[in-house]
Design a protein around this ligand. Structure first.
Ligand SMILES: NC(=O)c1ccc[n+]([C@@H]2O[C@H](COP(=O)([O-])OP(=O)(O)OC[C@H]3O[C@@H](n4cnc5c(N)ncnc54)[C@H](OP(=O)(O)O)[C@@H]3O)[C@@H](O)[C@H]2O)c1
Ligand SMILES: *[C@@H]1O[C@H](CO)[C@@H](O)[C@H](O)[C@H]1NC(C)=O
Ligand SMILES: *[C@@H]1O[C@H](CO)[C@@H](O)[C@H](O)[C@H]1NC(C)=O
Length: 335
């Protein structure tokens, strides 16, 4: 059977794990992935079981041959991330796709979980990397594995390697910068020791998840008139520049499956699994690493000056070691 693997054969039985897919880009990609794969096995981890019920129903109707499992848990706690991963490991021999986009917008001060990690920082970095780390053996077992984080690829900036946990002057916005920069550096480190895995860090640009329209529609009293005016006359123009959730989902699916993004060392069977369309080229990664930093139109970004400076300081190793020590402390703390 080995030699007769056709594209549709290989797609049969893809296993995917989605984190933060109850709305936005994650949900858009989840639906596309379910629709386009022949009989996927999909795990969705998130905290709202109520949203889950309608999503599961929709997935069933998009593709009745798929199997969908919603794991309801507070994913800001690494202890819970471990439980979800243990369950996946007990049921699956491989994972082909790990797609991560959870985030929570706050302008507030630090708000730690019992594990001592700020909630917004956990969602954009620690939770995502814990899933990645835990699932490495299963990803390794796939013939064309991919890890995708939707965050801020290309927007890496200077960070204090002495204070990666942001104990000084914490701001949610600063945590976003640190998450973005550390994601790229950690992916480089992981790609080094796991060369058969493709790593993608993507900045989606402005995606119209509908939140602004709903917010404006809910305005009452004094603000109702200007809000209505904005909603009906100006928002459509603003949204012209934005990408819809459906389109973001189609792009997400492309990143998850296209042969444009091979890992450093493709496993045999992995390369022919997805075929490049005529005239298309393999995307540029960071120096042959299998790590792709992509902007809003999937344009490859490689040389942010801050990143270049951080590399000279050996930042990927420092970042990854610090991340592992946060993992140990957190999981130890929540015992
Ligand atoms: N949309 C854009 O224009 C844009 C622009 C630039 C960058 N980005 C980045 O792209 C990523 C995805 O954005 P998006 O717009 O698709 O996000 P979104 O629609 O806000 O979705 C965020 C996901 O995170 C989950 N989440 C939020 N708080 C949580 C918590 N405390 N515990 C567990 N899960 C939680 C949400 O679950 P619930 O459904 O349960 O709330 C949802 O599934 C984010 O990292 C964002 O920063 C987005
Ligand atoms: C901190 O997070 C918890 C859990 O989400 C929330 O209930 C609480 O209101 C937050 N506190 C602050 C100060 O934002
Ligand atoms: C994944 O496979 C590589 C060899 O390709 C190996 O060096 C690495 O240790 C494996 N990683 C895990 C977590 O099993």
């Amino acid at each position: 059977m080995q030699s007769s693997k056709s594209q549709s054969k290989r797609r049969d039985g893809l296993v995917a794990v989605f984190i933060g897919a109850t709305s936005g880009i994650g949900l858009g990609t989840l639906k596309q992935f379910a629709k386009q794969s022949s009989s996927p096995q999909i795990y969705i981890a998130g905290c709202s079981e109520s949203a889950a019920a309608s999503i599961l129903k929709e997935l069933e109707s998009l593709n009745p041959k798929g199997t969908y499992v919603f794991q309801e848990t507070e994913i800001t706690l690494l202890k819970n991330v471990d439980k979800v991963c243990e369950e996946i490991k007990s049921k699956e021999e491989k994972v082909d796709l790990l797609f991560m986009s959870p985030a929570y917008i706050t302008l507030g001060e630090r708000n730690d979980t019992i594990e001592g990690i700020d909630i917004s920082y956990a969602l954009t970095y620690y939770t995502r990397l814990r899933f990645t780390y835990n699932l490495l053996p299963l990803l390794n077992a796939s013939s064309a594995p991919r890890v995708i984080s939707i965050l801020g690829g290309g927007l890496e900036s200077e960070i204090d390697l002495q204070d990666l946990e942001i104990r000084n002057n914490f701001k949610a916005q600063k945590a976003m910068k640190y998450s973005t920069t550390q994601t790229t550096l950690a992916f480089e480190e992981l790609a080094n020791s796991n060369p058969s895995i493709t790593f993608i860090h993507k900045y989606p640009g402005f995606v119209n998840t509908g939140a602004i329209g709903r917010f404006l529609g809910s305005q009452k009293g004094l603000f109702a008139k200007p809000a209505t005016f904005f909603k009906w006359f100006l928002l459509p123009i603003v949204n012209l520049m934005a990408v819809s959730v459906d389109e973001a989902g189609e792009r997400g699916l492309f990143l998850a499956t296209s042969a444009r993004y091979p890992p450093r060392n493709p496993t045999s069977g992995g390369v022919e699994a997805t075929v490049l369309p005529k005239g298309a080229e393999v995307a540029e990664d960071i120096e042959g690493s299998g790590v792709y930093i992509l902007g809003p139109s999937d344009d490859s970004k490689r040389f942010t000056p801050a990143l270049a400076a951080l590399r000279l300081q050996g930042a990927s190793k420092i970042v990854w070691e610090c991340t592992l020590s946060v993992f140990d402390r957190a999981v130890g703390a929540s015992g």
